[in-house]
Design a protein around this ligand. Structure first.
Ligand code: ADP
Length: 249
């Protein structure tokens, strides 16, 4: 059976003043998988990620999401289609509580900026129940009354995942989810990603290779702006070109 590709790029290219940071990348992400984008420093991972999330426009090539060319869409339009980037610290209000942050994210998705005050109580009660469920899903129940600013770094990121899940994404893009985390937070975040990935597609850029090994169904290795190898961890980690790119970087 043909694989169900949710996101793909063909010949994706980004030039900065004549330098090709991303050079003809063709990538396919299968629906329902956790897919990692790895590679040595300067490989083009961040640029690629910014192209996928529409923070940069490609010089050439196309990006398709659920069969639709999204190369020319704005980030907000892409998010509306169900492709959402997480870990944007700005999405969390530091002086609101965990519950308040999640409730606001839910409220924005469901009601936009308009709010029907005549039905406010009923609506708020329903939002509370949903927010509580999301807070629980990301393991923050014990912290629901804490302000975001009081949370550890790892828990702040769990809160960001909760506010992202409030948008009900079909696919999540995670930019270095483990960056700056201590061992305990890494473990907790890895199991959260595994849980979230059970019924969603995830594409992540991640430096921590043991996390990549334990979480990813599929891995694309970039080097010098191009795809060097692709496959599961066992396959790519044995590939001499990958070993050379990491050691020679
Ligand atoms: P990675 O995330 O894999 O470390 P990047 O995508 O950040 O790689 O960078 C790939 C290459 O593109 C690097 O050589 C980097 O210096 C260059 N680059 C990235 N962004 C810019 C920019 N805005 N202007 C010029 N060069 C850039």
């Amino acid at each position: 059976m043909a694989q169900d590709i949710i996101l793909s790029t063909t010949g994706l290219t980004k030039e900065f003043k004549g330098f090709r940071a991303v050079n003809g990348v063709t990538l396919e992400v299968v629906r329902g998988t956790i897919h990692a984008l790895i590679g040595p420093n300067g490989a083009g991972k961040t640029t690629c990620f910014n192209l996928l999330t529409k923070f940069l426009s490609p010089t050439a090539g196309a990006i398709h999401y659920k069969g639709r060319d999204i190369s020319r869409l704005q980030p907000a339009d892409v998010a509306r289609l169900g492709l959402v980037r997480s870990f944007q610290i700005s999405a969390v209000f530091p002086h609101l509580t965990v519950m308040e942050n999640v409730r606001i994210a839910l409220q924005r998705r469901k009601h936009g900026d308009s709010f029907d005050f005549w039905r406010a109580e009923k609506v708020l009660r329903r939002l509370d129940a949903e927010a509580l469920d999301l807070v629980d899903q990301v393991g923050l129940s014990a912290f629901s009354g804490h302000q975001a600013v009081e949370l550890s770094y790892g828990r702040k990121r769990a809160l960001e995942i909760a506010t992202t899940l409030a948008l009900d994404p079909e696919m999540l893009l995670l930019d270095e989810p483990m960056a700056g985390m201590g061992h305990e937070d890494v473990e907790r975040t890895a199991s959260l990603i595994r849980r979230v990935g059970k019924d969603r597609t995830i594409l992540m850029v991640e430096h921590n290779l043991s996390v990549v090994a334990s979480l990813s169904d599929r891995i694309t290795v970039l080097a010098r702006g191009q795809v060097l190898a692709e496959g599961d961890y066992a396959t790519v980690s044995k590939d001499p070109r990958v070993i050379e790119a990491y050691i020679g970087a």
